[in-house]
Design a protein around this ligand. Structure first.
Ligand SMILES: Nc1ncnc2c1ncn2[C@@H]1O[C@H](COP(=O)(O)OP(=O)(O)O)[C@@H](O)[C@H]1O
Ligand SMILES: [Mg+2]
Length: 209
């Protein structure tokens, strides 16, 4: 799973380039610079309007083979007609990817029940998109939940302990929240919610369905 993470992160780098180029299939350097893409120094913040279902589907598509090999069954329950969110699609995909990989890690030693991840999207209060990743893994101690979001807190032999800290800061930079709850049954659910794009938003560089 460790190597797989690197491959997926590498693929996400390519997605970053693809999303920078999404408006034009033959972009020139001037256009890329205009969109904030810097091939040598890394990409800067690119905000556009996009559909969370579509963003989540892309992440699931690149990770589903490996999840299947790890014996994980992944199911989705996406809300219909979800309004777009405004934000950095690749950063938000990195958050979703981290939640999926954490869920898979949390189920690595499970043998007495199905290893199940459920990715769900919902419209919340009419103006927020909520995305939930529910697993059937080892679960959480409700008293320790906030510790998981601290940088360098890890319970894994090869963990860095920065995934959730970075994910939370990405979500907060989108004016949203990221939190976790222990399931009633086995496992944990990690959720984030971010505001829908307002129709008056000025950062509507591209609308991706
Ligand atoms: N789905 C989950 N179920 C149980 N524990 C989790 C889950 N996701 C994260 N954790 C806990 O939170 C810790 C921090 O996660 P993260 O910041 O992504 O770092 P890392 O994955 O490198 O350990 C993990 O080491 C694990 O103990
Ligand atoms: Mg992690």
């Amino acid at each position: 799973m460790h190597c797989v993470k690197h491959v997926i992160i590498w693929v996400l780098g390519i997605l970053a380039v693809a999303s920078a180029c999404a408006e034009d299939f033959s972009p020139n350097l001037q256009q890329l610079n205009h969109r904030g893409f810097h091939p040598v120094g890394g990409r800067s913040h690119i905000r556009d309007q996009h559909c969370s279902n579509h963003a989540a589907r892309e992440v699931i598509a690149i990770s589903s083979g490996e999840l299947r090999q790890s014996g994980v069954v992944l199911e989705t329950d996406f809300a219909d007609s979800l309004p777009p969110v405004s934000g950095d699609r690749v950063q938000l995909q990195q958050v979703i990817l981290n939640l999926l990989l954490n869920a898979a890690d949390a189920m690595a030693g499970i043998e007495d029940r199905e290893k199940m991840i459920r990715v769900q999207t919902q419209l919340e209060f009419g103006d927020k998109v909520k995305l939930l990743v529910r697993d059937s893994g080892v679960g959480l101690d409700p008293r320790d939940i906030e510790k998981l979001f601290e940088a360098f807190h890890t319970t894994k032999e090869h963990g860095l302990g920065i995934g959730l800290a970075i994910s939370r800061s990405i979500i907060e930079s989108h004016k949203g929240q990221l939190w976790a709850t222990a399931n009633d049954g086995p496992g944990a659910t990690f959720c984030f919610s971010i505001p829908c794009a307002s129709s008056s938003s000025t950062d509507t560089a591209a609308v991706v369905q």
